[in-house]
Design a protein around this ligand. Sequence first.
Ligand code: AMP
Ligand code: MG
Length: 337
Amino acid sequence: MLLCLGWLGDGASVQAAAEPLQRFVFEKAEMGLPFRITLYAPDEAQAKASAEAAFARISALNAILSDYDSDSELSRLSRTSGTGATVPVSRDLWSVLAPAQALAERTDGAFDVTVGPFVHLWRRARRKQELPSAQMIAEARARVGYRHFRLNESARTAELLAPEMRLDLGAIAKGFAVDEALAVLRDRGLPHALIGGGGDMAAGEAPPGEEGWRVEVAALDLAGAPPAQVVLLKNSAIATSGDVFQRVEIGGKRYSHIVDPRTGQGLTDHGLVSVVAEKCITADSLATAISVLGQLAGLELADTTPGVAAHIVRKPGDQLETASSGRWEAVPKLPLP
Ligand code: AMP
Ligand code: MG
């Protein structure tokens, strides 16, 4: 169901290019999460039709990219693993798999969308409140690894070389979906928009008459953590990854839903990584990658990726650490109160 959360009436309307624009907010559950669209439009009919089209794009992408849906193109591709099949891939799936695989190579597998079998073990751990055994991790390990996943760019095909592999785009698909939904609004003549789902947000043109969209960078939910910062975004995106959002606590230890594909273990160093980039697909995937890589290699990844800024708040042991990549300082922010 599409929920219109209301709009600001004439009193708050703004003049932009001789056309009065009003602010509208819509919310809808997509990809198992509430997505929110804030946009400026001349009237409610145009706002609503455009928001519906943007949500429909997210929904269509979910039907392709979801690992929960056994009919999705992604799940069908996973089922060909180990058969020797070279599988043609749709343009949308390719748009996610190609950058995912490039990032896996750059991070030597810290980011790896073949991580599905490990993620499955940790989802089970959460349900059962029981850690995966060493044997289960070892069994899953044979089914994980970006080197067993081959893409052929000119033919736009994919091949999964080991049996029983399982692709999981949870760390990158939402970012792509909000980018695409924003493009739908832009194509319909509504560029002043902000779209968010979970920790991922894509911003178009700023609200009329303003510098940018005010977006709060989530604060780590631990005592002594620095307060949330507010960044101003326009034509850029932000994604935040960390164990604040999803985790399991077993035997007094907190395990993240982010897994280190090299060990099969859920991350245990509490942390939040926020990444600003031009596109949300970049921000989303890098936020997860940096969570796995940690401070040193993570910030280097941010610094060596054009247009990317990263901010890390972590508590790996007793000490809280905060660190930022070179470009974070230059991200426009509102002063802290
Ligand atoms: P995010 O919230 O964007 O950090 O994505 C986390 C999700 O990505 C998890 O729920 C898994 O579905 C998947 N995932 C977990 N660990 C990794 C990893 N190391 N590389 C790629 N995807 C991962
Ligand atoms: Mg991510």
